[in-house]
Design a protein. Structure first.
Length: 254
């Protein structure tokens, strides 16, 4: 089955509002007319509202990088899915490895966030991936399996119909060390098998699995050529409009 590619940019904690607007002005024409793949930008919370206005009517969807699981409440410093839905966000990245490892997010907490995002019909991008230590200990597949099984426990295929998974090996994030297309394909095929066990073949065949970790214009074509790699979640190389546009336009400009 041919799944529609999704190329997503995760800006992390980069860019002020003026920097966001300048980026979008340059980026929009570079990807105008792209219709056969989805494009998403996830700026920091402070830029979301301005970005939403600047992206209006374009082919670029807006994403958030995280959210709390409650609709509202005494949670100083947090942002709720209700707030994100209200300003026109479409996707929410959940369980990013920086959230898991720097901010102690567990699979159970991430599961609650998935549930909250679905309540507002936002699309969760659930990030999973092993550390270098886990890979070297031969635990990659068991880590991926438990992140999927615990992060998606209790949902039905219908609940998760728009779900996106992002496989991001922690050792490849921000290190310049990309997983080889073979390593990524092996992990993606395994995740698809687990999704089939959990939610059935149809669901698994429909669900997009993105690769993230040092994706660049130079390596995106090799990754995207693999059958189970349906897109990219791009950090560093999404911060410059020209490099991100090259990634979005993979396979078209060579
Ligand atoms: P880099 O592309 O900078 O390695 O980051 C990947 C990532 O964490 C995207 O979410």
């Amino acid at each position: 089955m041919k799944r529609r590619p999704l190329i997503a940019g995760n800006w992390k904690m980069y860019k002020t509002v003026p920097e966001t607007l300048a980026y979008i002005e340059t980026f929009k024409p570079l990807v105008a007319g792209v219709e056969d793949r989805d494009i998403m930008l996830a700026p920091p919370f402070t830029s979301l509202d301005a970005a939403e206005r600047a992206l209006e009517g374009s082919n670029i969807a807006l994403g958030a990088q995280n959210c709390h699981y409650a609709d509202e409440g005494a949670f100083t410093g947090e942002i709720s899915p209700r707030m994100l839905a209200d300003i026109g966000v479409t996707y929410v990245i959940l369980g990013h490895s920086e959230r898991r490892h720097l901010f102690g997010e567990s699979n159970e907490l991430i599961r609650k966030k998935v549930e909250s995002v679905l309540r507002y019909e936002l699309i969760p991008i659930l990030c999973i991936g092993e550390t270098l230590e886990e890979r070297e200990a031969g635990k990659t597949l068991s880590v991926l399996e438990s992140q999927l099984k615990e992060g998606l426990a209790g949902f039905s295929a219908e609940d998760l119909k728009n779900l996106v998974i992002a496989y991001e090996p922690v050792w490849a994030i921000g290190t310049g060390k990309t997983a080889t297309p073979e390593q990524a394909q092996e992990a993606h095929a395994f995740c698809r098998k687990i999704l089939a066990e959990m939610f059935g073949e149809d669901f698994s065949e429909r669900t997009r699995i993105l690769y993230g970790g040092s994706v660049k214009p130079e390596n995106v074509v090799g990754l995207m050529a693999r059958p189970d790699i349906d897109g990219a979640l791009v950090g560093g190389a999404s911060l410059k409009p020209d490099s991100f546009a090259k990634i979005v336009n993979f396979g078209r400009m060579e």
